[in-house]
Design a binder for this molecule. Structure first.
Ligand code: ASP
Length: 337
């Protein structure tokens, strides 16, 4: 019969061989959990985090925090990449994509939704009130109207003007590094934002995780084009045992690599949030090296301990972090190129 000491020894070595941190070591290590905490993509994440913080600081639930948080970006008419005021598709229709996921593995999503200013709240109701995960186009609109959402024109004059400008040349190419407002050198003249998404992850006072992701997608996209943002596993993934991840940038490459799911699974294997995001970005490079040099994709991740990190293909990606200590932190993400 194996002695108790031998059994423990074998368990530790067995765990190490699997790349899993031995539980004995974990038990004796002091685990400091930062919570509540909310993080989100890009400069506009700062304002969004503050709305989420109002919920989290009162011991509210992460799922409510992320919904309230990203609604701020959806309402911001100066933001041409999320919600009302988002740039339209090539035919002039503003079509919105969003998804949400809670700590129980419940999720809801809408894609190519028109005329509704807060797709994230529609996605939440898809999660809570239907047996489905995803509603698209006409059906998503019908559902939203049935739930009492108001139908409105989402194409505001400044976005219409930008679209008409774009129509002159109809150049359809994802332009990299025009997302960030802080770093002027990396910004194109004018307000020519091509793509940007708010992805938000929160860990609440009870230690539960949720996430939300919402966008108007790639500017002047083909009619019917849907990116990664409303796709669970691509634009967002949350596993309450491990952590959550979200993405921004050219969604096609994120879908191809099931990016956010990949980041969470890597964290499950012991990767830090930053290392997991880096590996996911490198996966994109490995699959499409030529394309990867030309585009932007950024991942953002938060684990169960409240540790966070990001990695992007190109410079220019920023993310916002909000904790009890500081509510308006903006961090320049690490990048490959
Ligand atoms: N990921 C979004 C999409 O592909 C856009 C973005 O984040 O820039 O639709």
């Amino acid at each position: 019969m194996r002695s108790r000491r031998n059994f423990i020894k074998q368990s530790i070595f067995g765990a190490a061989a699997l790349g899993v941190a031995p539980s004995l070591v974990q038990a004796s290590t002091k685990r400091v959990v930062t919570k509540p905490i909310v993080i989100s993509t890009w400069d506009f994440g700062v304002a969004a985090n503050q709305a989420a913080w109002k919920v989290l600081s009162k011991n509210g639930k992460a799922i409510d925090a992320v919904e309230q948080g990203v609604r701020v970006a959806e309402s911001d008419l100066d933001n041409p990449t999320v919600g009302k005021g988002g740039y339209p598709d090539r035919d002039g229709h503003v079509t919105l994509d969003a998804c949400i996921m809670d700590d129980q593995g419940n999720c809801g999503s809408v894609a190519a939704l028109e005329h509704i200013a807060h797709p994230i709240s529609v996605a939440r109701l898809v999660m809570e009130k239907t047996p489905h995960v995803m509603l698209v186009g006409e059906g998503a609109l019908q559902f939203a109207l049935e739930q009492g959402f108001e139908q409105e024109n989402l194409l505001i004059p400044s976005s219409e003007k930008a679209w008409k400008e774009w129509l002159k040349e109809k150049k359809y190419k994802p332009i990299m590094n025009i997302e960030n407002k802080s770093f002027q050198t990396e910004r194109l003249p004018g307000n020519q934002y091509n793509h940007d998404t708010i992805g938000m992850l929160a860990l609440d006072a009870d230690g539960n995780l949720s996430g939300a992701c919402t966008t108007s997608g790639m500017a002047f996209k083909m009619r019917g084009r849907v990116g990664d943002s409303p796709i669970i596993g691509a634009g967002l993934y949350v596993d309450n045992e491990v952590g959550g991840a979200t993405s921004t940038g050219v969604g096609e490459e994120v879908i191809r690599t099931v990016g956010s799911f990949l980041v969470v699974e890597l964290m499950r294997q012991g990767y830090s949030p930053e290392a997991a995001c880096k590996e996911a970005v490198e996966r994109i490079i490995k699959k499409k090296p030529a394309i990867a040099k030309e585009i932007q994709v950024g991942f953002l991740a938060l684990n169960k301990k409240g540790e966070y990190g990001s990695y992007a293909l190109q410079s220019g990606f920023t993310y916002a972090v909000c904790t009890k200590e500081k509510q308006d932190l903006l961090i320049k993400g690490k990048h490959i190129y």
